[in-house]
Design a protein around this ligand. Structure first.
Ligand SMILES: Nc1ncnc2c1ncn2[C@@H]1O[C@H](COP(=O)(O)OP(=O)(O)OP(=O)(O)O)[C@@H](O)[C@H]1O
Ligand SMILES: [Mg+2]
Length: 149
């Protein structure tokens, strides 16, 4: 089993589009304590933005719902971020993860999961139709001189 988290934060917010920026900035701010590079922070912001946008657009298409963002830091300099909704869920997760697959309108390109995968070291998707979806994003931050372990 994985060791206990060194630090943890949980945020819950409504699926309003304004909260996409809030979630992205909150994740970047929490991760800052590991002294990441600008590239590492931008990777995390991009992945969180894609996951939260999916909740806003797909999980709750008709109404507002709740989204939770759980951030955890581990002793091996790994960040684990879970973006969770209790919306419509995904019937076929493997299909949803394929590049260019979308159930959205022409504004969507079907690249969200592919982007998450390319910017993070791990992406796990658990979903139950009618109950909701949890996307776990993992990234290892390179250790830098002057940052205590
Ligand atoms: N949280 C979610 N709840 C319900 N369905 C989801 C959720 N996240 C993703 N999906 C489903 O998975 C599909 C693929 O998601 P992905 O983010 O890769 O592409 P997209 O959102 O359609 O387009 P893009 O992200 O490029 O704008 C979505 O079209 C949607 O059907
Ligand atoms: Mg998307």
């Amino acid at each position: 089993m994985r060791q206990a988290a060194k630090n943890e934060a949980v945020l819950t917010f409504l699926s309003r589009s304004a909260n996409e920026g809030f979630a992205r900035t909150a994740a970047a701010s929490f991760v800052a304590q590991l002294d990441p590079t600008l590239d590492e922070v931008n990777d995390i912001k991009t992945a969180v933005s894609e996951a939260v946008t999916n909740c806003i657009v797909h999980a709750y298409p008709q109404a507002l719902g709740k989204i939770s963002l759980r951030l955890r830091l581990y002793g091996d300099n790994t960040v684990e971020i879970v973006v969770k909704d209790t919306g419509v869920g995904i019937a076929d997760v493997d299909k949803a993860r394929e590049p260019l697959y979308t159930t959205g309108d022409e504004a969507r390109s079907g690249m969200g999961f592919t982007i998450m995968e390319s910017f993070m070291d791990g992406v796990k998707v658990r979903s139950v139709p009618g109950k909701g979806t949890a996307v776990t994003l993992v990234k290892r931050i390179a250790r830098r001189a002057g940052v205590p372990a």
